[in-house]
Design a protein around this ligand. Structure first.
Ligand code: DGL
Length: 263
C-alpha cells in the first residue's frame, strides 16, 4: 500500500482527459496534475525544449513526493520519455507504449495517428507500432492548430470545423477505421472528430490505455492506495483566464479539488 499521489503532466488541459480515465479506473488514488501552461503549446517546440520542460515537470512532481509519473502528453512522450526515464529514479509511463499494446491486442492491421507537429515529426508512433506489429500500415497526420483550438475553447468555431475537415481527409480517402488520438487534447473534441466521418471509426483514446497499464503496475508493485482518498491537486505554471472553469467542466467529481497557480 502506498498513499502517495500519482503525478501527471501535460502542457495544458489535454492531460485532464487522461486524469479522468485514471480516476475512473483508480478512484481511490490521489493525484497531482501539472499543466505547463507557461510553455504551451509543446507541439511547435524543439526536442531540446520538450526535454527541458519535461525535466522541470518531473523535478516538480518528484518534489511533491509522487509515487509514479504519467506523461499525459503525446508530444512529451514522443520526444522526452526515454531521456527522463533514464535520468530519474521513479516509474514513468507515457501514452505510446500502452496504446501500441492495445492496437496489438486488437489485431489492428491499418491505423491512423493524429498528433502535434512535434509528435508526428518525431516518427515515434510509427517506430513503436512497427516494432511490435511489423506488418501494420500506419498513416500519420500532423494537426498543428488543433491543440490550440481546444486549449482556447474554440471547438465550436468554423476555424475548428475547417481544420478537422482538412486533417481527416487522408484517413477518409484511405478508409481508416482505427485512429489514435495521439495528442491528449484531441479526446476533448472526440465527438467533433467522429462526426467528420461518414462511417464508423474507432477513436483510440490514450487515456483509456494508459489507465489500465497504471492499474496493472500499481497492483504488481503493491502500491495501490487503500485509503480511498481521491484528492486532486491541480498546479499550473502560468495563470490563464478561463483555465479554472475549463478544468472544473472537464473534471468529474473529486473529494477535494485544489487549484494552485505559480510561476
Ligand atoms: N496535449 C499535448 C499532446 O498530447 C500537447 C499539445 C501541445 O501543447 O501542443 O501532445
Amino acid at each position: 500500500m502506498d498513499n502517495r499521489p500519482i503525478g501527471i503532466f501535460d502542457s495544458g488541459l489535454g492531460g485532464i482527459t487522461v486524469l479522468n480515465e485514471l480516476k475512473k479506473t483508480l478512484p481511490q488514488e490521489n493525484y497531482i496534475y501539472l499543466g505547463d501552461t507557461l510553455n504551451f503549446p509543446y507541439g511547435s517546440k524543439t526536442k531540446e525544449q520538450i526535454i527541458e520542460f519535461s525535466e522541470k515537470n518531473t523535478q516538480y512532481l518528484k518534489s511533491q513526493n509522487v509515487k509514479m509519473i504519467v506523461i499525459a502528453c503525446g508530444t512529451a512522450t514522443s520526444q522526452a520519455l526515454d531521456e527522463i526515464k533514464s535520468k530519474y529514479n521513479i516509474y514513468i509511463e507515457g501514452i505510446i507504449e500502452p496504446t501500441v499494446d492495445y492496437v496489438k491486442n486488437e489485431k489492428i492491421t491499418k491505423i491512423g495517428v493524429i498528433g502535434t507537429e512535434g509528435t508526428i515529426k518525431s516518427g515515434a508512433w510509427g517506430k513503436y507500432l512497427k516494432l511490435k506489429i511489423p506488418n501494420i500500415e500506419v498513416i500519420n497526420q500532423a494537426c498543428p492548430i488543433l491543440a490550440e483550438i481546444v486549449e482556447e475553447n474554440k471547438a465550436k468555431t468554423k476555424e475548428a470545423q475547417d481544420a478537422i475537415h482538412n486533417y481527416m481527409k487522408i484517413f477518409k480517402e484511405n478508409n481508416v477505421k482505427n485512429l489514435i488520438l495521439g495528442c491528449t487534447h484531441y479526446s476533448i473534441i472526440e465527438e467533433l472528430i467522429k462526426k467528420e466521418f461518414d462511417y464508423d471509426v474507432n477513436l483510440i483514446n490514450t487515456g483509456n490505455t494508459i489507465a489500465s497499464k497504471i492499474k496493472q503496475e500499481l497492483t504488481k508493485r503493491k502500491m495501490l492506495n487503500k485509503a480511498n482518498q481521491n484528492n486532486i491537486k491541480i498546479v499550473v505554471s502560468k495563470y490563464e483566464k478561463g483555465f479554472e472553469k475549463s478544468i472544473k467542466n472537464l473534471l468529474k467529481s473529486a473529494k477535494t479539488l485544489d487549484i494552485t497557480y505559480f510561476n
